[in-house]
Design a protein around this ligand. Structure first.
Ligand code: GLN
Length: 543
């Protein structure tokens, strides 16, 4: 039977509950336990797929095609597991199941209520995930902050789980903020105390408090928290801001968090294997080189909208022993700039990001033309591939006005068109081409060399595709289709031979990159960026 850890948040949101959960998962993984991470999200959307990236950040896609909260990306990257649809439970999903059951008549005339029907459905989801993944530990993070109305059924469900499975099999971790205020930066425990009072009112007494603080928490303050919040002082875990998020598991390990959790859950004490993680953090903190990669997108004012891309670049930096600085470039600003070189000056590579809708696409096309013509390393992702094809059609194949039908049906050359099986779909939620699909790579192509394999699988999230009516002319004019679906129907990757690095993919490679297994496309892009940079640095001297 699995053990259950529940991570709740208090005081304010955005204090790093997701990173704490992911880091705790890493501590347990380092001890050889099978961890199944899970996000319980109180919002009523069935999944994150219909949510605006400005508000909610990136939509993370799992292998089995679930559109989820970006925290699942942290779990995958830190714990090195693959999440599935069951790793994300939302209020919307729970109610959908309860209402379906009610319509089927499963409740046999009962009045359907939050307790027990909704809470039972939540508990079933948590237990089922542990079973499906044969987990030693289910590590469940509850979204939102204690005190929110909408998280109450989730908190009630996890409260009941202690009764169902016993104290030795359940652990409540509460992440709070310990702010410092006033001219002397006095550390204040009151918000934490109140947050714990809130939890207690619901019937949950936390076993561990993770206290986020800007400055080290002195022992007497920890003792105060311990006394007022009724947790042993060793279970008051200080959580300071780290130089890199990947350092947090090491920080926690140093504070004995891993052993504390193992002891509380009655797990045998195991020596954690920290070597791989130490190497990762060492590489991030002491890189030899440096390069700058521009990310051209339409949600750049909220970097969380491209979380996995940014993380994949950090991983590629680890592999290339360099720090990758990101320059966020709002695609719309590229439309009005007199010359794209102004916004893309002094950069070593460009990523054109995924996206939906027309806003900013002409800026993306401009950026792609610029990198194609100037030899700047380029990676196009999803909409980035589609705009690369549009750009090539317009400026190399002579198909003026070429475009994607996503932006209207009246363009003269619809080089990107809706996929046949998508055209009749009306509902927006969960209906795209989603999840992992295989792709065959052309022998000798750059993609083939980078992946080192002729058959790959990547995760997808799109409705449109390269229109096969134009495949021939694109190929004739030099674009190489380096990746296709096994039935040859879908263009999955394109590239331009002779260019230092020009690859675009219909998939989202960023979702599969891990710090210990950087993704080949990002790794290759950063390697190309570094060699461009070294040439740029040498050239003026020679000249
Ligand atoms: N909007 C495009 C499509 O639906 C691209 C999607 C994406 O970039 N994820 O096909």
């Amino acid at each position: 039977m699995a053990k259950y850890i529940f991570v709740t948040g208090g005081v304010v949101s955005s204090i790093g509950k997701g990173i704490t959960t992911a880091s705790l998962g890493r501590l347990l993984r380092n001890r050889g336990w099978v961890v199944a991470p899970l996000k319980l999200d109180p919002y009523i959307n069935v999944d994150a797929g219909t949510m605006n990236p400005y508000q909610h950040g990136e939509v993370f896609v799992t292998d089995d095609g679930a559109e989820t909260d970006l925290d699942l990306g942290h779990y995958e990257r830190f714990i090195d597991v693959s999440c599935s649809a069951g790793s994300s439970i939302t209020t919307g999903k729970v109610y959908q199941k309860v209402i379906e059951a009610e319509r089927r008549g499963d409740y046999l005339g009962a009045t359907v209520q939050v307790i027990p029907h909704v809470t039972n459905e939540i508990k079933r989801g948590i237990v089922d995930l542990g079973r499906q993944q044969e987990a030693d530990i289910v590590l469940a993070e509850i979204g939102g902050t204690v005190g929110d109305i909408e998280s109450l059924p989730f908190l009630e469900a996890i409260r009941q789980m202690r009764k169902d499975f016993g104290k030795e099999n359940t652990l409540y971790v509460h992440v709070t903020l310990v702010p410092s205020v006033g001219p002397w930066g006095e550390i204040k425990t009151k918000p934490t105390q109140h947050s714990v009072i809130n939890l207690r009112e619901i019937g949950i007494s936390p076993d561990v408090l993770v206290c986020r603080s800007d400055r080290p928490i002195p022992d007497d303050v920890k003792e105060k928290i311990s006394l007022f919040c009724d947790v042993p002082v060793e279970a008051v875990v200080e959580s300071l801001s780290a130089e890199t998020i990947y350092e947090v598991p090491l920080m926690y390990e140093g504070l004995g968090f891993g052993d504390l959790v193992a002891d509380r859950l009655g797990l045998e004490r195991r020596e954690p294997n920290l070597q791989e993680w130490r190497e990762i953090v060492g590489k991030i903190k002491q890189p030899k080189g440096r390069c700058t990669v521009a990310i051209v997108g339409k949600y750049t004012s909220n970097g969380d909208a491209y979380k996995s891309i940014a993380e994949a670049l950090i991983h590629a930096g680890i592999a290339n022993d360099c720090r990758v600085e990101i320059r966020w470039v709002e695609s719309e600003t590229l439309e009005s700039a007199p010359d794209p070189s102004v916004l893309l000056s002094d950069i070593d590579a460009v990523i054109v990001a995924p996206g939906f809708g027309e806003r900013g696409v002409e800026g993306k096309i401009r950026a792609i033309r610029f990198v194609r013509e100037t030899g700047i390393p380029f990676l196009g992702i999803c909409l980035g591939l589609q705009m690369a094809v549009v750009e090539y059609a317009r400026h190399v194949c002579g198909l003026g006005g070429a475009n994607s039908t996503e932006f209207g049906n009246d363009c003269p050359y619809a080089v990107i068109d809706i996929m046949a099986d998508q055209s009749k779909l009306v509902a927006k939620g969960g209906t795209m081409r989603l999840g992992s699909y295989p792709c065959n790579l052309t022998a000798g192509s750059l993609a083939h060399r980078l992946y080192g394999s002729s058959r790959i699988e990547e995760r997808h999230r799109h409705r449109f595709e390269v229109n096969n009516e134009f495949r021939e002319v694109l190929i004739e004019k030099g674009l190489v289709v380096s990746g296709v679906s096994p039935d040859y129907r879908l263009v999955e990757m394109v590239e331009i031979p002779g260019h230092p690095f020009y690859v675009a993919t219909q998939a989202h490679p960023e979702f599969k990159s891990r710090p210990n297994r950087p993704h080949p496309l990002f790794k290759g892009l950063v390697a190309a960026a570094l060699s461009r940079r070294s040439v740029a640095l040498v050239e003026p001297k020679n000249g």
